[in-house]
Design a protein around this ligand. Structure first.
Ligand SMILES: [Zn+2]
Length: 139
């Protein structure tokens, strides 16, 4: 996940009326957000800001021992536990790992999540990533 943040204003200028930020972070797989943005999410959460991690796939492949629904459930439990530890929220979309496509339907789903969260800051993968799921999440 490449994070590019260009701000000409202090973070406080982006904040809600209560002075707190609402941050949403998109990762393609259930571990991308946790690995790449867990540190900053923990810092923001401890400062009282609201953070939500979204995985755009369910992570049902990519592990040598198991796959399918069993693996997706395991990865869901992992991100739920990470969110509990970090003090943030987490959401896993029900798209198959490795099959994410940059469709209008998927774009609308991401826009809906951003609007529902009332995000002040949106973070995600760089759009030129090596992995198609990462690219299509970052676009
Ligand atoms: Zn990934």
């Amino acid at each position: 996940m490449g994070v590019v943040v260009i701000l000409s204003l202090p973070l406080s200028a982006l904040a809600q009326d209560d002075g707190k930020l609402r941050i949403i972070v998109f990762g393609a797989h259930p571990d991308d957000c946790e690995i790449k943005a867990g540190w900053v999410a923990a810092m923001w959460a401890r400062q009282g800001h609201q953070v939500k991690f979204v995985s755009t796939t369910n992570g049902d492949i990519g592990y040598a021992v198991t796959s399918g629904g069993e693996l997706a459930k395991r990865r869901m439990r992992e991100v739920d536990e990470a969110a509990r530890i970090l003090g943030i929220e987490s959401h896993v979309m029900d798209n198959h790992d490795g099959e994410l496509m940059p469709t209008l339907e998927n774009r609308k789903k991401l826009v809906r999540l951003i609007r529902e969260w009332k995000a002040d800051i949106v973070m995600g993968h760089r759009p030129n990533d090596y992995h198609p799921d990462h690219r299509y999440t970052g676009c």
